[in-house]
Ligand binder design. Structure first.
Ligand SMILES: NC(=O)c1ccc[n+]([C@@H]2O[C@H](COP(=O)([O-])OP(=O)(O)OC[C@H]3O[C@@H](n4cnc5c(N)ncnc54)[C@H](O)[C@@H]3O)[C@@H](O)[C@H]2O)c1
Ligand SMILES: CC(=O)N[C@@H]1[C@@H](OP(=O)(O)OP(=O)(O)OC[C@H]2O[C@@H](n3ccc(=O)[nH]c3=O)[C@H](O)[C@@H]2O)O[C@H](CO)[C@@H](O)[C@@H]1O
Length: 430
């Protein structure tokens, strides 16, 4: 078993560190966030992910996982730090990756391996990480091993997918690739696919998420077309998918989360060839506006209405609100309610719209969420924006009684159409 240091203890680094520890490696989890380090050392796990708390507790209690705010010498260093996108410039911020490589460099010894797991634009391992690691005279591929090994786990199912997803490992040379394979094969149950090229591994990760984003964009456009023809988009997509070579995804209120709305732009980092991919992004980003159009068609205007947004997590059964379609919809409603003269609208002192946000999975106090009863009471319209299990069983008769209006937009098609058709509620599905 090896010594492993995992850099960055967020959604990816924490389960990864616990996984290596639970498979017998000596793991140090390092994070620059001192509050997080203290929380983890106190046994607190702030990420809402099924099974994670118990998994981390097991690793900590066994003594195989130590959480520290200093970087130790280690046979393996795994970088799981953020790679955020500047939404204005659409450029990635690689400062966390650089900072991490700089912290690793002084601890390196001959024979150590550095693994970049963070999602990055093609070329980052070789152009950004390698020169930092080589500053002290080490030669990547000769003295130390260097690879990119992208992370592909699905939030909501991270622990299972860590073990069961195929892994891709691209090293700067064959020796690097083999060194990383030896580590991951200690717990990965599926295929480990290797290549002697870190840039291809980076590229593959990005095209996986881009495929999903573009496929959802197609489903969203199909939903808008279907509405114009009076066709049920979900039924049409289900039938289309019976063809052996068709696999359409599902429409929705937009694409959220930390990956799909961001990663496609990484492909444009050193290329001007983004075309369809950029259009797909625009289609998905436009879905909030489309939902407001549908509401305005029913309500006349959204100004001065009470509208409840059910679901501010970026998708069902998670508590993560990064790039949340529900929150984007709330902003869009706010903007539309202000109309064309926002200053005038503000001057009269009235709230331009009464928005109520609800989510059973989100604990972020800053969002001022309402209880379900508060959200539904006297609402003119409800919009379901996350497919949380809790919303599937909403009682239509109770909702109808409590609302002032009768418009319910089910952007994820999780409500039981037959049950809701027994009420006077106008159920709109995408
Ligand atoms: N969340 C996902 O579903 C997912 C899936 C696949 C890939 N990824 C990629 O994995 C990477 C990490 O994502 P995440 O969701 O875990 O991020 P996160 O924000 O949840 O966690 C990142 C952690 O890194 C810490 N950190 C920042 N700078 C550091 C440094 N220099 N040294 C050590 N720690 C540092 C932060 O304090 C934070 O705790 C990103 O590149 C992301 O795109 C994420
Ligand atoms: C290729 C792939 O599978 N990548 C996954 C993805 O994880 P994720 O949690 O971000 O992905 P999704 O579950 O797809 O959700 C994203 C948004 O898309 C909406 N959506 C989804 C399906 C659909 O048919 N119609 C929709 O509208 C959904 O509601 C939500 O807003 O990226 C991670 C980081 O790189 C990967 O590790 C992980 O493997």
């Amino acid at each position: 078993m090896s010594s492993v240091c995992v850099h960055g203890l967020g959604y990816i680094g924490l389960p990864t560190a616990a996984m290596f520890a639970n498979y017998g490696h000596d793991v140090v989890g390092f994070d620059v966030d001192e509050e997080l380090v203290a929380e983890l050392n106190g046994g607190e796990v702030r990420i809402d992910e099924p099974g994670l708390r118990a998994f981390v507790t097991q690793a900590l209690e066994s003594g195989q996982l130590l959480i520290d705010d200093e970087v130790p010498s280690s046979k393996y260093h795994i970088i799981c730090v953020p790679t955020p996108l500047d939404r204005e410039t659409r450029r990635v911020d690689l400062s966390y990756v650089r900072q991490s490589a700089k912290a690793i460099a002084p601890e390196l010894r001959t024979g150590d391996t550095v693994i970049l797991e963070s999602t990055v634009p093609p070329g980052t391992t070789v152009d950004t990480v390698q020169p930092i690691l080589e500053r002290d005279g080490f030669d990547a591929g000769e003295d130390i091993a260097l690879v990119h090994c992208p992370e592909t786990v699905l939030p909501g199912n991270i622990i299972t997918e860590l073990r069961e997803n195929d892994r891709i490992i691209g090293g700067v040379n064959g020796v690097s690739t083999e060194a990383a394979v030896r580590l991951y094969e200690s717990f990965v149950e599926s295929e480990i696919r290797t290549m002697v090229d870190a840039t291809t591994a980076e590229f593959v990760k990005l095209i996986q998420n881009t495929y999903r984003d573009a496929n959802i964009a197609l489903a969203n456009e199909i939903a808008k077309l279907a509405a114009d023809y009076g066709v049920d988009s979900r039924e049409a997509i289900e039938l289309a998918n019976t063809h052996p070579r068709v696999e359409l995804h599902q429409p929705g209120p937009g694409v959220g989360g930390h990956c799909l709305p961001i990663d496609p732009w990484f492909l444009g980092h050193d290329s001007d060839e983004l075309d369809l991919i950029a259009r797909a992004r625009a289609v998905n980003d436009g879905m909030a506006g489309y939902v407001v159009d549908r509401l305005e068609a029913e309500l006349g205007t959204v100004s001065e209405r009470k509208i409840a947004v059910l679901g501010v997590a970026y998708k069902g059964n998670v508590g993560d609100t990064r790039m949340s379609p529900g929150l984007t919809l709330a902003d869009e409603l706010q903007e539309r309610a202000l109309g064309e003269s926002p200053l005038e609208a503000r001057a009269d002192g009235d709230e331009p719209i009464h928005l109520s946000l609800h989510d059973p999975h989100v604990t972020d106090q800053a969002l001022a969420l309402d209880s379900f009863d508060e959200a539904v009471a006297d609402a003119d319209a409800l919009v379901v924006t996350a497919d949380h299990t809790e919303y599937e069983s909403l009682d239509p008769a109770t909702v109808e009684r409590r609302m002032a209006g009768n418009v319910v937009v089910d952007t994820k098609t999780i409500l039981d159409e037959t049950a809701w058709s027994a009420t006077d509620i106008e159920l709109i599905r995408l």
